[in-house]
Write a protein that binds this ligand. Structure first.
Ligand code: FES
Length: 631
């Protein structure tokens, strides 16, 4: 078998001829980022062949014959030495401000049945008798049936193993944690009453780019901690389509499943070790994610989500345990998965809209927009709900932007272009800048456009008068912070290519909103409220988002920022039966519109590929502001 050596790590592996280079690299523990999922279209998985030869389906562009696209190479019969280049997003695990989540949850949580997914009940199991032949297991089951009124009881083997000690530790007084499912009680945990610990649940937002985990005290509904970080699937594709491409082979599907489960477990472990919470005490989970993410999380082939007639393998999850999903909490903990509506409108949206009047009885029509790697939106109110998704790409989460990063410490979050055309900025946490996050990117592009430093097509002024503009052949960029002052030791800059990515993302979102409103015979001015969800919105300057044409030209007070609505909705579902039912009801009420089959969408999108839009009449206030500045 040929031997493949990867430089600079020196990792070596013997593989069968025909093995794809990307799979050989993964098996050798070498990371090669493949942003388009191995489709051969992004050109970003370059490696250099140092010696030997590879079978290449498609050659890399450029003059250097030793450069190759890793995703297009298979191993032949030669031993090969390959040099890899690393392009990783800066690490970004962070603790979130729990006050923001706690107040949102308190605001939404209705009075009524706040029953969490699991229940706790105190029992006294009678002591064993010599004459009735009832085992520990029999006596526990009988007592559970008596107390809960259920017809049958399921007790996991792990609990049965511990029963002899548990039932004798405190005179048979125990607290059981159980899941109520139709006529059955499924036992998750049994503790001696005298030594019973707290019981916890987790809520998870499984995003394409970012994953967030909240630990919740089920006795009080209080959020103990929230931690978020990049989804470890990112090296296998930046967006959901790339991940679907990557997942075509079973070994890669399993790789993606392991990566997202690993991300959740890593964040959870970081919280648990800080808060000293035993994994066994976490007895319930609530997960919300887009449809592709939930398929990958459960190890289900996602291929059919992107093929006509775009049918998911499942919309609502069956009765899942943490063991089934590989989540590192009590293995018998029950999981609630927010139901999806279609291939690209998932449980993150049905959970997210819980925070808005769209799911209630209020009159008036509002729009809910969740900006993540996909842009998903719901329009409606009491009488109707329609939902769609557009492929925005990860630009607003820092992906696909050379110096982009998520909203973590050191991210440039606010930018202003001063009168001397130089940038003034702040960073999250006040740290030296490491990169720029979504809100900073929007501010920067709005500022550059307002000052005439870029034109409406996002191209730089090439007159040579601005010292921050650097032109190198066809590449042009604006330097925000020089290498000597940045935390990375490299310049922090935005290039025309980056701006182009942002313009595509904002055009996808704006045109999806405009088209959906048109379908129901409305326009932006008919909207009561415009709700914005997603991590990047926390620092978002609404006026600047309007200036670049991401948001419509409405009064600023018409917009409301919701935070990570998916995580908040998922938390509500964890602690409240009413909210779980409300999510399921909303999912059933939503009509899913597939934009890829809407002929008008491409025209709307193309028209929006400028700053702010080709149709100036849609943005009268933006032009009024620009003209006022010129006077
Ligand atoms: Fe190889 Fe995109 S071209 S991953």
């Amino acid at each position: 078998m040929p031997t493949i050596e990867f430089q600079p790590s020196g990792a070596r592996i013997d593989v069968a001829p025909g093995t794809e280079l990307v799979d050989a690299a993964r098996a050798a523990g070498v990371a090669i980022d493949i942003p388009c999922g191995g489709n051969g279209t992004c050109g970003k998985c370059l490696v250099r062949i140092v010696s030997g030869d590879l079978n290449q389906k498609k050659r890399a562009e450029g003059d250097d014959p030793r450069l190759a696209l890793a995703c297009q190479c298979a191993i032949g019969n030669d031993d090969v030495v390959v040099e890899t280049f690393e392009h990783h997003l800066p690490a970004g695990d962070r603790d979130e401000d729990i006050a923001e989540y706690a107040s949102a949850i308190a605001t939404v949580l209705r009075s009524g049945r706040h029953a969490p997914i699991v229940q706790r009940t105190a029992l006294t199991v009678p002591p064993p008798r010599p004459d009735d032949g009832h085992s520990d297991f029999d006596r526990l089951k009988a007592e559970i049936i008596k107390q809960t009124g259920k017809k049958s009881v399921i007790v996991p083997l792990a609990v049965i193993r511990a029963l002899p000690e548990l039932l004798r530790a405190d005179d048979g007084m125990v607290i059981i944690t159980w899941h109520d499912i139709e006529t059955r009680a499924i036992v998750i945990r049994v503790e001696p009453a005298a030594f019973a610990a707290g019981s916890y649940g987790i809520a998870v937002d499984v995003g394409t780019t970012t994953v967030a985990v909240a630990l919740v005290d089920l006795a009080t509904n209080a959020i103990v901690a929230v931690r978020s970080g990049y989804n470890d699937q990112i090296p296998c594709g930046l967006d959901v389509i790339s991940r679907i491409n990557y997942a075509r082979r079973p070994v890669r599907l399993e790789d993606l499943r392991g990566r997202v489960v690993g991300t959740i477990n890593r964040l959870l472990e970081e919280i648990r070790s800080k808060r000293r919470v035993d994994a066994d005490a976490i007895v319930a989970g609530s997960l919300a994610g887009n449809t592709v993410m939930t398929h990958l999380l459960l190890g289900i082939v996602p291929e059919h989500l992107r093929l006509e007639p775009y049918t998911p393998a499942l919309l609502a999850a069956p009765n899942l345990s943490a063991r089934d999903a590989g989540i590192a909490i009590n293995p018998d903990a029950r999981l609630f998965l927010s139901p999806a509506v279609g291939s690209y409108v998932g449980g993150d949206i049905t959970a997210g809209v819980l925070m808005t009047p769209l799911t209630g009885d209020a009159e008036g029509v509002s729009l809910f927009l969740d900006v993540g790697t996909n842009g998903e939106l719901v329009i409606g109110g009491r009488d109707f709900l329609i939902a769609c998704a557009c492929s925005a790409g990860p630009a607003f989460e820092g992906g696909g932007i050379d110096c982009g990063m998520r909203a973590a410490d050191g991210a440039i979050d606010r930018v202003r272009i001063a009168d001397d055309d130089l940038p003034e900025f702040t960073t999250i946490g006040g740290a030296s800048p490491r990169g720029i996050c979504g809100s900073g990117i929007i501010d920067l592009i709005a500022g550059l456009f307002s000052k005439g430093i870029i034109d409406s097509s996002g191209k730089f002024d090439r007159s040579g008068t601005n010292p921050r503009i650097r032109i190198d052949g066809r590449r042009a960029e604006y330097v925000i912070e020089s290498a000597s002052s940045s935390a990375t030791g490299a310049d922090i800059a935005i290039s025309e290519l980056d701006i182009d990515n942002v313009m595509r993302a904002k055009a996808a979102i704006y045109s999806a909103c405009a088209l959906m409103l048109k379908q129901v015979g409305m326009s932006f001015t008919d909207l009561e409220r415009f709700y914005i969800a997603g991590g990047f919105g926390r620092y978002l300057n609404i006026e600047n988002a309007i200036t670049i044409g991401l948001l419509p030209d409405l009064p600023v007070d018409r917009f409301a920022y919701l935070g990570n609505a998916s995580l908040i909705g998922s938390t509500l579902a964890l602690v409240s039966k009413d909210e779980r039912e409300r999510i399921s009801r909303s999912a059933r009420r939503m009509t899913y519109v597939n934009l890829s089959t809407e002929l008008d969408y491409m025209d709307q999108y193309t028209a929006a590929l400028f700053l702010p839009h080709t149709d100036r009449e849609r943005f009268p206030n933006v032009y009024a502001r620009l003209n006022a500045k010129k006077r």
